[in-house]
Design a protein around this ligand. Structure first.
Ligand code: SAH
Ligand code: F3S
Length: 481
């Protein structure tokens, strides 16, 4: 089960501080290309989904471009930016606790600038400053261009010893449907897999979901630019690209749809694999399925959020598909894409969910047999359509019991599917040394299963054939065939 895991993200620092020309700030306050006089060392800490990881890379790009430096350890930083998630209440609680901890640090080091960025900043707005008045910066996902201006102004206060209570916080919360950061080069950690945002925002308005309110309207980046980005990633040594969007398959630019993009990216020389997350079932067009079936580079892996197996619940969630339509889609996908690995997201205990409706979800999971699933209890989010119109009436205890039931079901199914792979030869893209055993490598199969095997004479970045001889709960174990 996924939760809102911490992904501390860091980049190589960019050399020593050098004297910089004075800042140039354009009339609209946009700041790309601005060079800071108050260069800071920034530690970025990321919570939540891959989109946030990708946004942190973007923030690192914006900061570095303007003369700041990102550092790998909080101890080396004079600014900490916490990139946050608002999807469930526990995601926000986790960040509030972290902020309290950072405040202790700030008491010892009053020059420390604390910034809260991302979805929770956008969601809580002023309430965040009420709860954590020691926060210096509150910035939503469409305002990151203002980071250099914000840091300059805050750094000026710090340098002139303005007392902590007199420092004015910098607040940037305007959502901008035209902001796609197309001109910004993100700074990524070196590796095998790169995440590439192809679309921002979401137009779907599922009633339970805060995302459309904190990330704004859907917008896609131009295909030509994305293909160039992928070419650059391959030049930098990445072998796999994961295309990111909230409803990634509703991607479109003037002439191309998501299937066109998959084909185009699949043709980039030297790219071994492309994946994407997360598609919306209602946008799973033939064009997408064709590309999955025909482009050898597009992985046979689909994360297809179901949410509920009950058409009535899906209606209350405004998911725009029925349980039947979802089943039909899965049959079609499995026919067209052999060996498809299928994963999903499920919410239990949504407003008014009866025992029968819950059992429809349970049954659907038993029938479809997902390779794995992220499973959640419904968490009411202020500002969503459900919060306004539907009572959160399923007792916490019932939500917990339902969650336990489907987790147990899914664990058994995942174990069965993994055990059935014993004896198979799987193609694994080697990612790095196993954390537990320096003599082993780990990597992922086409279907996104973690696989561990003795190194033999294999190398990071190549695709090797591994014969599976055993499994643990979520890992395949084998040796080079
Ligand atoms: N389309 C997005 C969805 C982001 S949220 C994507 O890229 O996957 C990820 C998952 O969190 C959703 O699919 C849903 O299962 C779950 N989720 C969203 N809002 C929730 C809420 N209010 N309570 C519990 N789970 C929620
Ligand atoms: Fe949220 Fe539904 Fe969009 S889950 S991100 S509103 S597709």
């Amino acid at each position: 089960m996924k939760d809102d895991t911490l992904f501390p993200l860091y980049n190589k620092s960019e050399g020593a501080d050098a004297p910089h020309p004075p800042p140039k700030v354009s009339q609209d306050g946009k700041s790309s290309g601005v060079t800071s006089m108050h260069a800071r060392r920034v530690y970025i800490e990321t919570y939540g989904c891959q989109m946030n990881v990708s946004d942190s890379e973007l923030m690192a790009g914006i900061l570095t471009q303007s003369g700041h430096q990102t550092v790998p350890h909080l101890d080396d930083a004079d600014v900490v930016l916490v990139n946050t998630c608002a999807i469930r209440e526990n995601a926000e609680t986790k960040v509030i606790n972290r902020l309290k901890h950072l405040n202790h640090r700030k008491r010892r080091h009053p020059e420390l600038i604390i910034g809260v960025c991302g979805c929770m900043a956008q969601h809580l707005r002023d309430r965040l400053l009420d709860a954590a008045p020691y926060v210096d910066l509150v910035m939503g996902p469409d305002a990151y261009r203002n980071l250099p201006v914000a840091l300059d102004s805050l750094a000026r206060d710090v340098e002139s010893h303005v007392s902590l209570t007199d420092r004015d916080p910098f607040v940037g919360l305007r959502l901008d449907k035209n902001e796609d950061y197309a001109d910004i080069a993100p700074i990524r950690k070196e590796g095998i897999r790169a995440w590439l945002t192809i679309q921002r925002g979401c137009d779907k308005m599922c009633t339970f979901c805060i995302v459309p309110f904190v990330r704004g309207r859907e917008r896609s980046l131009p295909l030509k630019l994305l293909v160039e980005d992928v070419e650059k990633l391959v030049d930098q040594g990445f072998k796999e690209v994961v295309l990111l969007g909230q409803t990634v398959n509703s991607y479109h630019d003037d002439t191309a749809d998501f299937g066109d993009l998959l084909y185009a990216v699949g043709e980039v020389n030297g790219l071994e694999r492309v994946r994407f997350t997360s598609p919306h079932p209602a946008d799973a067009t033939d064009s997408m399925i064709d590309a999955m079936a025909n482009s050898p580079v597009v992985c046979n892996h689909l994360h297809l959020p179901l949410q509920s197996g009950s058409t009535e619940v899906l209606e209350r969630m405004r998911r725009t598909y029925t349980a039947e339509a979802y089943r039909t889609l899965v049959s079609k996908l499995r026919e067209r894409v052999p060996d498809l690995s299928l994963t999903t997201d499920i919410i239990v205990g949504f407003c008014g969910e009866t025992d029968e409706e819950f059992m429809e979800t349970y049954q659907m999971m038993a029938d479809i047999r997902y390779d794995s699933a992220f499973m959640f209890k419904y968490s009411e989010r202020e500002g969503t359509l459900a919060h306004k119109a539907l009572p959160d009436d399923i007792p916490e205890k019932v939500k917990g019991e339902r969650l336990e039931q489907i987790i147990e079901l899914q664990e058994n199914i995942s174990a069965d599917i993994n055990n059935a792979a014993i004896g198979d030869i799987v193609a694994v893209l080697v990612e790095g040394e196993s954390r537990r055993d320096a003599d082993r490598y780990h990597g992922k199969t086409d279907g996104f299963k973690t696989t561990v095997f003795p190194k033999a004479d294999s190398h990071i970045g190549e695709i090797v054939s591994v014969r599976v001889h055993s499994t643990t709960a979520h890992t395949l174990i084998g040796e080079i065939a």
